[in-house]
Design a protein around this ligand. Structure first.
Ligand code: IPD
Ligand code: CA
Ligand code: CA
Length: 269
């Protein structure tokens, strides 16, 4: 047990260093972007800040753990010898916000061991908020332990969601779910960073978050934070979260089944 903790904290230290270095890149280009382009879908942006943040993070992780695999949004999978460890990185979650200097932006870094999350770090360099979680050891915001909220009625809750870049082309675009749940709670926020939505559930600013169309790097770190802060994460129809399944429901635990039932109701129409 003692050894396990020491190993995790070495991983946490490097993950945190990588998030801080990525965050420095985001601060450097904040308000000074000169390369903003669309990826395959309209509105799906990438900038020099995404690219350079990814470069410094991957550089640091692969220097420290050369045998670990890496999955990162802009460069995909980096194969390595050791199949047990996988780092999952979003070098800039909230790129659209970033290009408008709307300060809901973050670096998100998670480490999985044999497909189970070990470490999650989400860092908002603009608001100077660092969220860290270690499996079995809890979650913190700027070094203070955090806990999910205690709201137990959906009608008293504040939720968050988001909409994928292919929302114009896909029927499963979350619009019906958004309208339905807006009527069932105190409000639904769409802040534009899934990693921060999840971190905010972890620290009790939000009571729940659901979304359709997310990718592993959007949710990997934030989901661990929610669990380590005492909350629950799952799919819409499953008890376990599959980070590749593109749906997530994350709550304080208290309102989890209430949201699941509402989602089920609207999605079975
Ligand atoms: C996006 C954000 C947003 C979510 C989108 C994601 P990106 O990530 O997390 O909140 O609604 O679906 O793609 O592109 O800014 O890294
Ligand atoms: Ca993202
Ligand atoms: Ca991104």
């Amino acid at each position: 047990m003692e050894k396990f903790q020491v190993v995790n904290f070495e991983f946490l230290e490097v993950a945190t260093q990588a998030a801080l270095e990525g965050g420095e890149v985001l601060k450097k280009y904040w308000g000074h972007l000169s390369h903003v382009r669309e990826k395959s879908i309209e509105g799906d942006l990438v900038t020099e800040a995404d690219q350079e943040s990814e470069d410094v993070i991957i550089d640091l992780l692969s220097k420290n753990f050369p045998s670990h695999k890496i999955l990162s949004e802009e460069s995909g999978i980096h194969e390595a010898k050791n199949q047990d460890y996988l780092w999952v990185i979003d070098p800039l979650d909230g790129t659209t916000n970033y290009t408008h200097q709307f300060p809901m932006v973050a670096v998100s870094i998670a480490l999985f061991y044999q497909d189970k999350p070990l470490i999650g770090v989400v860092y908002n360099p603009i608001l100077n908020e660092l969220f860290q979680g270690v499996k079995g050891q809890g979650a913190t915001l700027n070094q203070e332990f955090i806990h999910v909220s205690t709201v137990s009625q959906l009608k008293k809750s504040l939720l968050a969601t988001g909409f994928a870049y292919d929302r114009r082309e896909t029927k499963d675009n979350n619009y019906a779910e958004f309208c339905h749940l807006t009527n069932s709670c105190q409000g639904v926020r769409r802040a534009g960073s899934a990693a921060l939505d999840l971190s905010y559930v972890a620290c009790g600013r939000l009571d729940g978050h659901w979304e359709i169309g997310l990718r592993p790097w959007d949710v990997a770190a934030g989901a661990l934070l929610v669990e380590e802060a005492g909350g629950k994460v799952s799919g819409f129809d499953t008890q376990e979260l599959d980070i590749y399944a593109r749906v997530i429901l994350a709550t304080n635990g208290e309102i989890h089944e209430q949201i699941r039932a509402e989602l089920h109701q609207v999605r079975s129409r």
